[in-house]
Design a binder for this molecule. Structure first.
Ligand code: PLP
Length: 364
């Protein structure tokens, strides 16, 4: 039996007719930039997931950049973030000339460890970029308590956590700004690039709205240096078709994760814990194993696709070598990068495929 790590074509076959009809309507109206499809998506996204409002953007990286501007991060400032994430989580900090300060993670949740954040705060610390990695919310109460004491601006990178809640609050509304990606492989993916920005603060949200569109609320009148970070109409149209399926897709991801948890018996495998403050939406299902590379090869030999997400922590990336953080400085993140293995988890996987993965791992 073949089990691909990810097969997006199955989802796209299922919604093909609806998506193509929506795209045709957008095409016929020549509604290519923002416009009705994007406005409808912003409304539907907010209403479905519990946001007061949302801004559609052109990627998941752009809202992180916007959030750094809203937080007034700049040269001389330090912004704390996790070393175990996709590189974009740190890009927003670097784009505005601030310094990313990587602090270590918890092995159990793969997210920032509040105690390590506290130890890294200096008089120059201006903010924290929290990542809800793999769909698992981070420990926001502890992080927000630190942030309030020091008046830090908190950005939540929710690229992998669309649909997740921290306690009763949708991710992205706990901190000062929340960002999403609709990159095709994400839990809610467009047919191209896309992203969104949310904030519980009116001032932050309205500033982000201006920044998205050339610093302009009124055409040809510009209030600040802005960007062209607008979502295009085709992505709004696709996302409007897919959004109503998100809850069922998340439920299926959770069912697959539960099946993995119940079935995986291999000694020395470590599974992520499920904290009671917020259930993961399982963008990834990632285990730790001391012989990760051999386990990956064993699975490949049995037609099971896996991936290393992520093989190198951000402080050891060439781009951040100038920060001078040596190997050994963030031992948990480094160990996790050396031993992590992400298993197939997408809504269209069958139980038989999941059982084949489990059986193959247990036989290693
Ligand atoms: C995908 C992702 C992003 C960036 O999204 P793009 O849409 O690819 O720009 C940012 N942060 C995390 C954690 C991501 O997984």
């Amino acid at each position: 039996m073949k089990v691909p790590f990810l097969d997006l074509s199955l989802q796209h076959q299922a919604v093909r007719e609806q998506v193509l009809m929506a795209l045709a309507a957008t095409y016929d109206a020549s509604r290519f930039i923002l416009g009705k499809d994007v406005e409808e998506f912003e409304k539907n996204f907010s209403a479905t997931l519990g946001y007061p409002r949302a801004l559609g953007m052109n990627s998941g990286t752009s809202p992180l950049h916007v959030a750094s501007v809203c937080g007034s991060f700049g040269p001389g400032d330090e912004v704390i973030t996790t070393p175990f994430t996709f590189i974009s989580s740190a890009w927003g900090i670097s784009y505005v000339g601030a310094k990313p300060v990587f602090t270590d993670i918890e092995e159990d949740t793969f997210n920032l460890d509040p105690a390590k954040i506290e130890a890294a705060i200096t008089p120059r610390t201006k903010g924290i970029v929290v990542v809800h990695l793999f769909g698992q919310p981070a420990r926001m109460d502890e992080i927000m308590a630190l942030a309030r004491r020091r008046n830090l601006f908190v950005v939540e990178d929710c690229a992998q956590a669309v649909g997740a809640r921290y306690k009763n609050t949708p991710v992205g509304l706990v901190g000062d700004a929340g960002t999403f990606s609709f990159y095709p492989t994400k839990n809610l993916g467009g047919c191209g690039e896309g992203g969104a920005f949310v904030s519980r603060q009116d001032g932050v949200f309205e500033k982000a709205r201006l920044l998205r569109n050339h610093g302009s609320a009124q055409r040809y009148h510009h209030e600040m240096v802005g960007f062209n970070f607008r979502m295009d109409g085709f992505q709004g149209a696709v996302l409007n078709v897919k959004l109503p399926h998100l809850a069922a897709w998340i439920a299926r991801r959770r069912a697959i994760a539960a099946r993995y948890r119940a079935g995986l018996k291999l000694a020395d495998v470590r599974l992520p814990v499920q904290p009671d403050y917020g259930e993961s939406v399982h963008h990834q299902f990632t285990l730790l194993h001391p012989r990760r590379d051999a386990l990956k090869e064993h699975l490949a030999r049995h037609d099971v696709g896996t991936d290393l997400i992520y093989p190198v922590p951000l402080h050891l990336q060439k781009v951040y070598a100038s920060l001078g953080v040596p190997r050994g400085a963030l031992p948990v993140a480094e160990r996790v990068c050396d031993t992590c293995l992400s298993l197939p988890i997408f809504p269209e996987l069958t139980d038989a495929q999941v059982d084949h993965v489990i059986k193959t791992i247990n036989a290693f």
